[in-house]
Ligand binder design. Structure first.
Ligand code: ZN
Length: 434
């Protein structure tokens, strides 16, 4: 038995009339926004048992197009509920899945088929996964259905995208925004930190994750994977010292929105926030080697401004709605606190560069600043570390080697200890640069 929570007649009507009738189109939107639940009752106990504990696996995706529509066919090991949403700037369709495992190699995902410009897939939280479809023209997912395949051993989820006018697309976007805003009201706050343990909390933030791959190296390696393994090693060493509490914004291949990374640190009362990245560079860049970035309203140089802009697009890569994201928290706590925090961030950056000299190849101007969104906590000294640039094969070799990781994490731990030592000696006072 299948439950489909929308009326197919509206879709048929819409298809025939090309959306010219606004009232009918609004009807369609109401149905479109509803979660498409596919529930299937198979009597086979073995099937039910196999899916009880394990994640459903998506291991195949095909995209085809004809004159009318573009069709995506996902093969899934179990039946799951898929929710569709539309976003603009850039034009995207987001498919929200429960906690499924996408076993699709990012390189093999189809590109440039029908209205599909490109595709990304991955986890976005501990319970949800997401497929982000970038569109080459406005299109709406008018039909989503689920059918048994392989004699009922798996399901095929079929998503059909129909090209549409820009006005209709934008209407669908604003409907979805209204619903999301209503849902966000009354969302619970993040839990507070452990009040008993007074040790400083270091929050380590491995960049990107899930459908947001970050930069792709010349060897096909992804930034999200390099920075996660580096961050885990750093966390392990920091915990071993016993002087600090350590938390990571992500511990696996899952996407975390930029503002949530900052909220995570603030909700737990972090004493230091350290974001880890390894990006690629534009053609003739002079930036090579390890670089530490601090937050600033004005970028120290054009290359840093470009990098911050590209890092700040992380949410878009993972299918988040930019227009809905919460703006910087700076105005609440005021400019002065921000300036003092940034003075501490600069102290940390200088301490780190001091430690790293001789241990790693440093950029010739290794302390830079720009408007990174993850460096906007007004009350937590924060820095973003670019380990190296994976557009260079020799940097990839370095960043993925055990020896380099060991040395670099050692020096980072040293820098963090020096930083807290210096703060204790200064009684928290650091000169604020103009
Ligand atoms: Zn990055």
């Amino acid at each position: 038995m299948e439950i489909m929570s929308f009326d197919i007649r509206h879709l048929m009507y819409y298809s025939r009339n090309d959306g010219s009738n606004n009232r009918r189109f609004s009807n369609f939107l109401i149905y479109f926004s509803v979660i498409f639940l596919f529930s299937c009752f198979l009597s086979s106990f073995s099937w039910a048992k196999a899916t009880e504990k394990q994640l459903a696996i998506v291991d195949s995706l095909q995209v085809q197009s004809d004159a009318q529509s573009t069709t995506l066919r996902f093969i899934v090991s179990a039946d799951v509920a898929v929710e569709a949403a539309v976003l603009d700037q850039p034009l995207r369709i987001i498919l929200e899945w429960p906690d499924v495992s996408f076993q699709l190699s990012p390189d093999s995902l189809p590109k440039g088929v029908g209205v599909v410009k490109s595709l990304r897939a991955g986890m976005v939280s501990h319970e949800r996964s997401r497929v982000v479809i970038e569109l080459s023209e406005p299109a709406l997912p008018l039909k989503i259905r689920s059918e048994p395949v392989y004699s009922g051993a798996a399901r095929e989820i079929i998503v059909e995208l129909f090209p549409t006018g820009r006005a209709q697309f934008e209407e669908a976007v604003s409907k979805r925004r209204e619903q999301a805003a209503r849902r966000d009201q009354g969302a619970p706050e993040s839990p507070a930190g452990d009040p008993v343990d007074q040790r400083p909390l270091i929050v380590i933030d491995p960049g990107h994750g899930g459908p947001d791959l970050g930069a792709t190296g010349v060897t096909g390696i992804f930034e999200k994977d390099i920075v996660l393994s580096f961050a885990k090693e750093l966390a392990r060493k920091l915990k071993n010292i016993g002087e600090f509490r350590v938390a990571m914004t992500r511990e696996r291949d899952v996407f975390v929105p930029l503002d949530d990374r900052v909220k995570f640190a603030r909700a737990r009362g972090a004493s230091l926030f350290l974001s880890i990245h390894a990006d690629t560079l534009s053609g003739n860049s002079e930036v090579r080697g390890l670089t530490v970035y601090t937050g600033s309203d004005r970028a120290s140089d054009p290359e840093s401004a470009r990098l911050a802009e590209s890092e700040n697009r992380s949410d878009i890569a993972a299918g988040l709605d930019e227009a809905q994201s919460v703006e910087a928290v700076t105005d609440i706590l005021g400019d002065l606190m921000m300036r003092e925090t940034r003075a501490h961030s600069n102290l940390f950056a200088r301490t780190l560069v001091g430690q790293m000299t001789n241990a790693a190849k440093l950029n010739k101007n290794p302390i830079r600043s720009a408007g990174f969104r993850v460096l906007r906590a007004p009350d937590i000294p924060s820095a973003l570390l670019e380990l190296g640039y994976i557009s260079s094969p020799s940097d990839i070799e370095l960043l993925t080697s055990v020896g380099w990781t060991d040395r670099a994490t050692d020096r980072l731990v040293g820098a963090i200890m020096d930083f807290f030592e210096a703060r204790r000696n200064l009684g928290g006072a650091v000169s604020i640069e103009p």
